[in-house]
Structures are given as structure tokens and as C-alpha cells.
Design a protein around this ligand. Structure first.
Ligand code: CP3
Length: 362
């Protein structure tokens, strides 16, 4: 199925992701649809979280909310869903109350037998594909649509911890006590991610982002053993499948939060066009590590949004100068997701400041 979609009116994000020069930095914000927006909370008053994800009309509406509110200021949209739909597709129950909760997490490797051996993504995650197709039509070419998934290590952590965790003790126990079983499970998750990402492109996603939110919890050595190979497997397999199936070759973005130590290796061998960085690394240093060919995405500390207009403006100005000081593409973003308490008008100011300070002539 290849649907015809409206022509693009703004392709700044796509151009920057491909490493082409842009007149200013495109900007979007991780978790831009959601909790800090009153219009999202209104939808949530009458619909459960996963109900919104599973109902294409609702997911389309919520995806479009920030695009409408910040008309002309955002250069990308991200489909409303969650990284935890992949564990659900593998057969696990996941509740959201208010954070993620797995009533039956994986305790020992023998629990892996409870997971589905064959995951048909069209059957289990077809609702995401439908939401993507509907959203592409709804967006009418105003901005490109990003599809996404969680990285295997981050999903593995949730599946074993049964929810959020400060120490990831249970997930790490698996890595160190059952390394071979852990690698096998990580590979199984990665294979579902590949099918899921390819299906999203088939449905109309124009870029793909992999979120490895817990990458920074591992030592550089363990990152290399357990997460890097799965991230590389995803980029290689997705590209191969897109080409084999005659689908568009879309830019791939990786956000491996906290894994700044791995930026050089990720740039050289990871297989992604864009690398997201958090605020713990200076953009100039990140650029030295990745070279001129990789587009960088980031990286304002989301908490600066609580610091008032002057702090936001000052930080965006400094960030823009740093990213613009050397050759290479830049997509402006925060260094992690926007948080629930942010005033939507402060988010608007952030976007306005990026427009003002990121132009190549500034
Ligand atoms: O970016 C977007 O606006 C698109 C939607 C999106 C959501 N989750 C919606 C959501 C995306 C891209 C995600 C990714 C996600 N989900 C990640 C990776 C990014 C990151 O922040 O590190 C992770 C780790 C999750 C797992 C998850 N989902 C957690 C830990 C929570 C609870 C804490 C929180 O963020 O509120 C969720 C719930 C969730 N996912 C909400 C939203 C809008 C809030 C739930 C609600 O509506 O009550």
C-alpha cells in the first residue's frame, strides 16, 4: 500500500536530517504532544492513555495539537504513541497509572517463553500505522511526520523492571547474570522494532527516531556489548528492508540519552543520519566527535523552560552559536522530552528564539 499524500510545504527538517544546508535550524521538541498542553489533558479526561494510542482519530488529533497551537513555529510532528506498544505487541500487559506498570514483568529468562514468538506487526500495531496514514493526511504537508520506537535496551529494561526504575538493578542483573539470554532477548525485541519501523514508513512516516532513553545507564563497555549491536542491527535492517520493498529511504535519528561517550562510534558505524544529544555535552565537542557528515539534534536542558524568558533566550542564543560554529547539520530540540509543568507560552518562546537565533546569517 502506498498512499498519495499532500505535497510538503515545509521540508526544512528533512533537508537538515539529510545534511543539506538550511536557512535556519528546523525545530521540534521531544514529547511535544502531551501532558503540558491543556488541549491534550482535555482529551485525556475522557480517554485512557492507551485508548488514545489505539484510536487513530484521537492519536491524529493529539499529534496535530502542537502543530496547530504553534502554527508556523514547529518544523516537525511526531506520531502520538508510546515506546511501550512494542512490549504489548510481544504479548505483555502494560498499564499507565500514571507511569508505566507491567503487572507481570519478566523475572527470569524462562519467562521469555511467555512472549509471542512471531509478532505480526500489522495485526498487533496496525493501529499505529493507521494513525500515521491519517495524520499525514491531516497535516496536509505543513510539516513532516516522524515515526519512532524504543531501543531494545530501553524496552528490555521496562519489561524486566516492570516500570520506571532509578537503578535498573533488575535489568542489569539480567545482563550480568544471563548475558547470552539477555542478548537473545535484545535481538528479539530489535527484530520487532525493525518490522515496526518499516511498517511506519509504509504507512507514511517520513523520518524515524529510535529512543534509547536508558543508554546512559550502562558503562561504555556494556553499551558496546549490549546496546550498540542492536542499534546497528536496526539501522542496517531498516535500510535494507526499505530498499528491498521499494519504500522511500527515510532519514534515521538515534537518541541514545547519556551515551555521549559513544558518539564517535555511533557516527562512524551506527548507521544513523542524525544523532540526538542531551545537554551534558557541549555542541562543539559533540561536533568534533561526530564529524561534519552527521546532523546533530538537541540539546537544551528541558528545565531551562522553567527559568523564564531571559534564561530561555540566553540559552538558545548560546546553543545556536555553538551548533553554528562548525560545519554540519543541526536540528534544534531539547536534550530530552518536555516535562508536564511547562507553561505552553514558554515553549512558544523557545521556538521563537530558535527561529530568531539559528539562521545562518545570525
Ligand atoms: O513526543 C510526543 O509527543 C509523542 C508521544 C510520545 C509519548 N511517549 C507519549 C506519552 C513519545 C515519543 C513517547 C516516548 C517514550 N515513552 C519514551 C522515550 C522518550 C523519553 O522521554 O525518554 C519513554 C521512556 C516512554 C515511556 C513512558 N510513557 C513513561 C516513562 C511515561 C510516564 C511518564 C510520562 O512521560 O508522563 C509514559 C507516558 C506517556 N507517554 C505520556 C505521554 C503523553 C503521559 C501519559 C498520560 O497521558 O497521562
Amino acid at each position: 500500500m502506498t498512499t498519495e499524500f499532500p505535497p510538503m510545504k515545509n521540508d526544512l527538517l528533512l533537508r537538515a536530517a539529510r545534511g543539506e544546508p538550511t536557512e535556519r535550524a528546523p525545530v521540534w521538541v521531544m514529547r511535544q504532544a502531551g501532558r503540558y498542553l491543556p488541549e491534550f489533558r482535555k482529551v485525556r479526561e475522557s480517554h485512557e492513555f492507551f485508548e488514545v494510542c489505539r484510536t487513530p482519530a484521537l492519536a491524529t488529533e493529539v499529534t496535530a495539537q502542537p502543530i496547530r497551537r504553534y502554527r508556523g513555529l514547529l518544523d516537525g510532528s511526531i506520531i502520538f504513541s508510546d515506546i511501550l506498544v512494542v512490549p504489548q505487541a510481544l504479548g505483555m500487559e502494560v498499564l499507565m497509572n500514571p507511569g508505566p506498570f507491567f503487572p507481570e514483568p519478566l523475572v527470569t529468562p524462562s519467562d521469555v517463553s511467555k512472549l509471542r514468538t512471531e509478532v505480526d506487526v500489522n495485526k498487533e500495531l496496525g493501529y499505529v500505522f493507521e494513525a500515521i496514514t491519517q495524520t499525514r493526511k491531516e497535516l496536509d504537508g505543513i510539516v513532516p511526520l516522524i515515526g519512532f520506537c524504543g531501543a531494545p535496551w530501553t524496552l528490555f529494561s521496562y519489561m524486566i523492571e516492570g516500570g520506571g526504575s532509578k537503578t535498573l538493578q533488575k535489568a542489569k542483573t539480567w545482563l550480568f547474570k544471563y548475558p547470552e539470554e539477555s542478548k537473545a532477548l535484545l535481538k528479539r525485541i530489535a527484530d520487532v522494532c525493525v518490522d515496526f519501523l518499516v511498517g511506519q514508513v509504509k504507512a507514511g512516516a517520513q523520518l524515524l527516531q529510535v529512543f534509547d532513553s536508558w543508554a546512559g545507564e550502562l558503562s561504555p563497555y556494556d553499551f558496546g556489548v549490549f546496546t550498540f549491536p542492536t542499534l546497528q542491527h536496526i539501522s542496517r535492517s531498516v535500510r535494507q528492508r526499505l530498499s528491498d520493498e521499494g519504500l522511500p529511504s527515510v532519514p534515521l535519528i538515534l537518541f541514545a540519552k547519556g551515551a555521549n561517550h559513544a558518539l564517535k562510534q555511533l557516527a562512524e558505524e551506527g548507521g544513523y543520519d542524525v544523532l540526538g544529544i542531551d545537554w551534558c555535552i557541549d555542541p562543539v565537542e559533540a561536533r568534533c566527535l561526530v564529524g561534519p557528515k552527521i546532523t546533530l539534534q538537541g540539546n537544551m536542558d528541558p528545565n531551562v523552560l522553567y527559568g523564564g524568558r531571559d534564561a530561555i533566550e540566553e540559552t538558545v542564543k548560546r546553543m545556536s552559536q555553538a551548533f553554528r560554529s562548525s560545519e554540519g547539520g543541526w536540528i534544534a530540540n531539547l536534550g530530552h522530552g518536555i516535562t508536564p509543568g511547562v507553561d505552553p507560552e514558554d515553549m512558544r518562546w523557545f521556538l521563537e528564539c530558535v527561529h530568531k537565533y539559528s539562521s545562518s546569517t545570525n
